[in-house]
Write a protein that binds this ligand. Sequence first.
Ligand code: A2P
Length: 344
Amino acid sequence: MRVAVVGATGAVGSTMLGVMRERSFPADEVVAFASERSVGRTIDFGDRDLEVRALSEDSIQGFDVALFSAGRTTSGEWAPRFVEAGAVVVDNSSRWRMEDDVPLVVAEVNPHALDRQKGIVANPNCSTMQMVVALKPILDAVGIERLVVTTLQSVSGTGQRAVEELHDQTRALIEADEMPAPQVFPHQIAGNVLPQAGNFPADSDYTDEELKLVNESRKILEAPDIGVSATCTRVPVYTSHSESVNVQTRDPLSPEECRELLAGFPGITVLDDPADGVYPLAIDAAGRDDVLVGRIRRDPSHERCLNLWIVSDNLRKGAATNAVQLAELLQSRGLLRTGTKRAA
Ligand code: A2P
């Protein structure tokens, strides 16, 4: 299997390479792509170095699968070209997620949707990903009517430059140096909480990140009627998104039953002994592939509502790990068309 990683120098791209190595992903050859700026750089890939290449009509030929994390514009332009050249694309950007003929897939939640792929498979937004993993067993058992979600999102979800921005501002704070002006976020992120993750589309009171939580959750869970009310915030944390989720179920569900359901679902670890200080923490989720759920408790204001605290590594399960899992599923289900060019 020949695999392309597009955006290999970025926060998610480099994590995808790391996850592929850890999982002994069955690739005969891995080719790293990034922008022209990075051509000639080498990337450590275990026992070999990968030389970064630029995207061109020639360089994209002959791949079985291409894992993209290079932003919407690059995906919009180059994903169809990879598909035409015979690859199946797993795309991390938001470019293709809501297209009707593009499956939006979480490995543990709706792997069956891969069967209807026509060349592009979309990887969900990171905050949506971890939330739907935790919601799927609840939905299947008792149904879900409505969600009220507040996210506390780490800076790495915005990319490598955002990580550097938090680092530089934090150092300035500690050393009482001149504060570098924000370049990536709309305000200083160090020592702050921003009630804005993503951007506000014209005439919208909600950010695109909040709208993704609404629309992508419904598509993945195949439950268009679930009401979703979302507030997405950015916090000065490097890795892992945390989410407070209020779930209104159709049939009653006790916290004990909920814990049992979640503990039995693949990809979830329940950490829920708050009296002993046991609950999901961003620093504990970082570097792990599972979704951590805790603080499972009744909502005293409504008999069919529970509150959950859901935490996961946004670069891993929220992006890279799921993309690699999808590539593994595509291969094991015989959905890659090795070496064949697609008809135009
Ligand atoms: P580069 O490092 O050369 O800029 P992040 O999400 O961490 O910001 O990373 C974005 C990734 O997408 C990087 O690997 C970046 O490469 C890559 N990228 C950005 N623009 C392009 C482009 N036009 N073609 C290919 N890769 C791109």
